[in-house]
Design a protein around this ligand. Structure first.
Ligand SMILES: C[S@@+](CC[C@H](N)C(=O)[O-])C[C@H]1O[C@@H](n2cnc3c(N)ncnc32)[C@H](O)[C@@H]1O
Length: 253
C-alpha cells in the first residue's frame, strides 16, 4: 500500500487547472505539473476526466467509465435478474431491494445492481476512490443511454461502519460487502486495475467489524462477495451461498 504523501494531483493542461486546484484542496493533496521521478500515484485531471496513474507501472490510467464496452455488454447480456449477484441481493419477482453498497470501490457491482432497477447508496472510505467515482458518475449522467441508471446511484464518502450505525441512515433493505482480499498468488495481481487498487488501498483488514455491524443493522439481508476459494469470515456461517463465475456470494438472512 502506498503512503498518502506519495499521491499528488497532476495536470499539464491549463484548461483543467482550476478543477485540479479544487480537487487537490478537497483531498488535501499536493498539486504538481511535472511527473515526479520517484515512484508515486497521480490523480490526473485531463479532458477524459479524473484518473489514477502509477508512475512505476506500465498499466494505463484507471478511470471509472460506466459507459465502457465491458459494462455496456454486462448491462445488456449479463444475465439480468437471473445472475448470481441479483439473486444474492434478493431481486426476485417484483422485489427490487434498496441496496447499501458498503464497499463501493470502482462502482461496478453498484452499477450492475442499479441497471437491474435497484436504488444503490454507495459508501466509499477512500477519498481518492471516491473522487474517481464522483467523476465517473458525473460523466455517466451525461450519457443518455445510462443516465437513468446513474440516477439510481448515490455516493457517500464515509466509513460504512459509522454510516450504518448512524440512526438517520435507514433507507436500505440489503447491505452488500465486497472487501479487498489479499492476492492469493502473484498471478492474481496481474489484472491491471486490481494491481493499482492494491497499491492504493492495500487489504481491507477490518471486514469482520463491517460484517458484524451489517448483521446487527435493520437490513433484512447482508451479502458478502468473496473469491471462490476463500473461507467464511471467521465463525460466521452464511444462510446460503451462491456461486458466480469467478466469485461467490455468501448471503446472511
Ligand atoms: C474490492 S473494492 C470493491 C469493488 C466493487 N465491488 C466494484 O464492483 O467495483 C473494496 C472497496 O471498499 C472500500 N472499503 C472497504 N471497507 C470499507 C468501509 N468500512 N467503509 C467504506 N468503504 C470501505 C475500499 O476502500 C475499496 O475501495
Amino acid at each position: 500500500m502506498i503512503a498518502d504523501q506519495a499521491i499528488a494531483v497532476f495536470t499539464e493542461d491549463k484548461r483543467y487547472l482550476q478543477q485540479a486546484v479544487d480537487l487537490a484542496a478537497d483531498l488535501v493533496l499536493p498539486l504538481v505539473n511535472k511527473r515526479p521521478d520517484e515512484e508515486s500515484l497521480l490523480l490526473v485531471v485531463d479532458r477524459h476526466g479524473v484518473s489514477l496513474v502509477s508512475t512505476a507501472m506500465a498499466h494505463g490510467p484507471l478511470r471509472i467509465d460506466f459507459s465502457s464496452p465491458s459494462l455496456n455488454y454486462r448491462r445488456r447480456f449479463g444475465g439480468g435478474r437471473g445472475q448470481a449477484i441479483a439473486r444474492a441481493v434478493g431481486l426476485k419477482g417484483g422485489n427490487t431491494p434498496r441496496v447499501l453498497d458498503a464497499t463501493a470501490g470502482l462502482g461496478r457491482d453498484s452499477f450492475v445492481l442499479a441497471s437491474l432497477g435497484c436504488t444503490v447508496i454507495m459508501i466509499e472510505r477512500s477519498t481518492i476512490m471516491a473522487a474517481l467515482l464522483a467523476d465517473g458518475l458525473s460523466r455517466g449522467q451525461r450519457d443518455s443511454d445510462i443516465a437513468a441508471v446513474i440516477d439510481r446511484m448515490s455516493l457517500r464518502v464515509a466509513n460504512a461502519v459509522g454510516w450504518i450505525n448512524a440512526d438517520e441512515n435507514i433507507d436500505f433493505d440489503v447491505i452488500y460487502i465486497d472487501p479487498m482480499f489479499p492476492p492469493r498468488t502473484k498471478s492474481a495481481l496481474v489484472k491491471g486495475d486490481m494491481q493499482l487498487l492494491h497499491k492504493l488501498l492495500g487489504v481491507d483488514e477490518d471486514i469482520e467489524l463491517l460484517l458484524s455491524t451489517a448483521l446487527q443493522s435493520n437490513a433484512s439481508r447482508v451479502v458478502v462477495k468473496r473469491p471462490k476459494k476463500f473461507g467464511n469470515v471467521v465463525g460466521l456461517k452464511p444462510s446460503f451461498v451462491l456461486q458466480g463465475r469467478s466469485s461467490r456470494f455468501d448471503v446472511y438472512l
